[in-house]
Design a binder for this molecule. Sequence first.
Ligand SMILES: Nc1nc2c(c(=O)[nH]1)N[C@H]1C(S)=C(S)[C@@H](COP(=O)(O)O)O[C@H]1N2
Ligand SMILES: [Mo]
Length: 420
Amino acid sequence: MSSVPPSEASYDRMRLRQWARGAARSAGIERRDLLRLVAAASVAAPLAGLAAPAHAASAAAAPGIVKPLPPEVFTVRGTNAETNFAALRTTGLLTPAERFFVRNHTVTPRIEAAGWRLKVWGDGLGGPAVEFTYDELLALPSVTRTAFVECAGNARSYYTKQQGQQVSGTAWTLGAIGTARWRGVRLADVLHLAGITRHAVDVLPRGLDDEVVSDGINLGHVRRPLPVAKALDDVLLAYEMNGEPLPPDHGAPVRLIVPSWIGIANIKWVGDIEVSAQPLVSPWNTGLYRLFGPGYPAEGSAPLTRQTLKSAFELAPDAEFPAHRRQVLTGRSWSGGAPVRTVEISTDGGTRWRRARLRDEPRSGSWVRWSADWVPGARGPAVLLARATDRSGRVQPDVAVHNTQGYLFDAVVRHEVRVV
Ligand SMILES: Nc1nc2c(c(=O)[nH]1)N[C@H]1C(S)=C(S)[C@@H](COP(=O)(O)O)O[C@H]1N2
Ligand SMILES: [Mo]
């Protein structure tokens, strides 16, 4: 029943245990600091610097984001900007760069393509380090594909709002996602040109943005090990977004696109890639981006890979509708697993459900637009719900299983509106 290919199912479930035994190497962080980070992950206290606490949303500009953030399109949350779902109603399948959410650990760096180099190095190569210029990458065969980038913490705030649970991290609603058409070269082609050997197990792309300091611990540059099976499968080194060169906020000149996987895998402003014959750990696959909490082992779940199943209405939070007038409700559903099969909606708080019309052919790694008619009845508050089912038979549940950092919320979201 699982849609996960065997190469991913066998993704090493024990990086942290291997590291504890001395069998995995900690890349660029002190052992003591990594242990502190893992210990901190098991309690739901906000990680200062990494993310803003739930009340920190503000209308002010996000420091370090280059593009304009008009308040009708974005909600600024610390160093990040969430796309308001209502602002997607007038967009097509693809999200224009001007409306695409931004998740920055620090600030957007300005990197000129002309001086940029990608260095590929490490003991998983047959020889010395290999460098690629921007023009050399552009000269390689290119591929184009549509894929969403979605933060693992998207919809995190509903753990608190709907389930009364404490979680740490940016208080996203549902807008930490966008879908674009990415063009670039296959990471596999670059790794083969660099001389990757069969001893390689992990590759570690690293961003050129500033080092991240959290709670007094310098975590170093943003970097997350990617198992070699995924790296050689469908990952892109992308230099174009929707037919234009990548904009600064989205990783210019080159970023990774790791289809269906959590946002953090999609390293922006990539400067080097270590190819390792030993398993690697970094903060982003140990204390971060695993599931911690009562239902999980002390060292957390396996490192997160795929995104989960979600649905959202293209409506403002407290949208108003005139009574007794026909409306067309619209929204989107998506999954990091099997493609979406059906979407049902309820306009009475979850008692009765009916099918929405799908507007796109569901595809893996993308989203599907949908619509449904509604004639609101009596004046007063109403609750709208949308629930997706994927082709493996998975259905969005009523309640998501809690984890301290609020990742992978998959429950049906209750969207409160008013009939006036
Ligand atoms: N170098 C670098 N890459 C990064 C990040 C970052 O802060 N620095 N943020 C990651 C996270 S957590 C997410 S969700 C996505 C967001 O991509 P976007 O800002 O283009 O929407 O980028 C990822 N890649
Ligand atoms: Mo993210």
